[in-house]
Design a protein around this ligand. Structure first.
Ligand code: FAD
Length: 292
């Protein structure tokens, strides 16, 4: 199918893009188009105006001095290829390898995969595990939004229709331990479930700080406080603690579990989630830590 007719704007600045969103109520931002265009072709989205932000230089780029700052329209493939990301934020790189395919990553943007609000997307969960902050710009100015407060449900975020996600800020995670695990029907498909884990330990390998983020099991990415609590005080690589963390993570998913769908049952998704948490936690004991 082909999209319904639409007008096309290509603003040169974030301010211009925001003005266009405010002027045209039935408009949508176009970034890499790897989600929006298929939805338009299937007539699942029928914006009257497309505001293409691809030419806005201020939204592009990666800065990695101290924290990691990624401009919203930075291509997923550029972040994956960035040496500092691979060295200091290996969890980001690990997740990006699971996002679609090289061809989609060459067009898809980091801001798009966050703003899209797809529950099975890997990058949003990693941003929760790394305590990232998103900068959102509107006509009245900009506001920071913690990743943990950004996602509300299926394709639903705190973004208003006239707001633009301009950048992502990931704190310096130092020499943290990290693990990432997902199950998908084929590599590059959306995950059926998955977990992203970031752990800090003391000199004896005892966990002093834990983040466990789940994706694809509920209507939005979510952190599991119960799993994080279980890991605190445990020894890195402790299989019993890893297994317990997987089980208690399900208590944080609760009734929010994605129902049976054409791919898998809710029961499978829950059991696989517990296994992915366990696998990511155990992987954190052996993965080379990010550089401080
Ligand atoms: P677009 O498609 O241009 O936009 C997506 C949505 O976000 C739109 O509603 C748009 O208005 C909004 N938006 C975009 N940028 C902004 C912004 N800066 N501010 C406010 N709103 C914005 N993704 C995964 O996570 N995991 C996968 O395994 C995966 N597999 C894929 C396989 C295929 C074959 C394809 C085609 C896509 C796949 N994707 C997957 C999706 C891909 O990662 C998309 O790039 C991503 O979901 C959206 O990014 P985009 O830049 O293409 O955004």
């Amino acid at each position: 199918m082909k999209p319904a007719t639409f007008d096309y704007l290509r603003p040169a600045s974030a301010t211009e893009a925001i003005d266009a969103l405010g002027t045209h109520p039935d408009s949508k931002i176009l970034a890499g188009g790897q989600s929006l265009i298929p939805m338009m072709n299937m007539r699942l989205a029928r914006p009257a105006v497309l505001v293409d932000i691809g030419a806005i230089a201020e939204l592009q780029g990666i800065a990695a001095d101290g924290s990691l700052r990624i401009g919203a329209t930075t291509r997923q493939s550029d972040v994956l290829a960035h040496p500092a990301v691979r060295r200091r934020w290996p969890l980001v790189a690990a997740a990006l390898r699971h996002v679609g395919h090289p061809a989609t990553r060459a067009r898809g943007t980091v801001g798009g995969t966050i703003a899209h609000g797809e529950p099975a997307a890997e990058v949003p969960a990693v941003m929760l595990a790394l305590d990232a902050t998103f900068t959102v710009q509107a006509r009245g100015g900009t506001r920071p939004v913690a990743a943990d407060a950004f996602f509300l449900g299926h394709y639903t975020t705190v973004l208003d229709d006239d707001e633009l996600l301009t950048s992502v800020e990931v704190p310096d995670t130092g020499a943290a331990h990290w693990g990432f695990a997902e199950v998908a029907r084929r590599h590059g498909d959306y995950a059926l479930t998955g977990a992203a884990v970031r752990l800090r330990t003391d000199d004896d390998g005892v966990v002093t700080d834990a983040r466990v983020a789940l994706f694809a099991v509920a209507a939005r990415p979510l952190r599991s406080a119960a799993a994080e609590e279980r890991l605190l005080g445990s020894r890195l690589g402790d299989a019993g603690a890893a297994g317990d963390a997987g089980q208690v993570a399900l208590t944080d998913v609760g009734d929010d579990t994605v129902a049976d769908d054409s791919f898998v049952s809710a029961t499978y998704r829950r059991e696989a989630t517990a296994a992915m948490v366990r696998r990511a936690v155990l992987e954190a004991a052996t993965n080379p830590r990010g550089e401080a």
